[in-house]
Design a protein around this ligand. Structure first.
Ligand SMILES: [Zn+2]
Ligand SMILES: [Zn+2]
Length: 179
């Protein structure tokens, strides 16, 4: 039986104190979670942000990868590691948040070496529920600007979804008095 020291962290979801409980999040702390609950959190994040896994079996390889062509339009893509350890292709230029649906809004968070301003890595962080102001500059996921028809259709769907969400929020303060 392994001894648990004082201050052993337990999983925020299941209260487990196993050896697999770790502080999660590559750049922004996401809390202490066991492997299973972390896998669940990653699944939920991926559904919301459209990130994907790495093609090779080495998620800890932090070197920048050669650009790869978009499978839909052929444009060379630059991938970044997300805060959840997945990857996402981001465009080179920032745009105002209001110009793209929330699903595609990212920022790059630099991690600097200790006592230095030398950036040792960049992590892609999805805005998610944070909702930037309309003129805040965001890095769009490539999918937001990909000219392929499937990508355009999804962007249209996301615009509709954002509008519905905004309307729901406006309507929320007043209780729905039907009648
Ligand atoms: Zn757990
Ligand atoms: Zn594309």
């Amino acid at each position: 039986m392994g001894r648990r020291g004082e201050g052993q962290h337990s999983c925020q979801r299941c209260q487990s104190t196993g050896d697999d409980v770790e502080q999660r999040g590559r750049a922004v702390p996401l809390g202490w979670l066991c492997d299973k609950d972390w896998a669940d959190a990653v699944r939920i994040a991926v559904a919301a942000d459209g990130s994907t896994g790495w093609p090779e079996e080495d998620p800890d390889d932090l070197t920048f990868h050669e650009p790869q062509p978009c499978p839909d339009c052929g444009a060379p893509l630059t991938y970044f590691i997300t805060n959840y350890g997945r990857r996402i292709a981001l465009e080179a230029d920032e745009v105002p948040a209001k110009t793209i649906p929330s699903r595609y809004q990212w920022r790059l968070l630099p991690t600097t070496a200790r006592n230095s301003r030398y950036v040792i890595r960049l992590t892609a962080v999805h805005f998610g529920g944070i909702e930037p102001l309309p003129d805040t500059l965001v890095r769009p996921a490539h999918a937001a600007v990909c000219p392929a028809p499937t990508a355009r259709d999804q962007v249209d769907d996301e615009r509709v979804r954002d509008l519905a969400r905004a309307r729901r929020r406006l309507a929320h303060p007043e209780q729905d008095a039907a009648g």
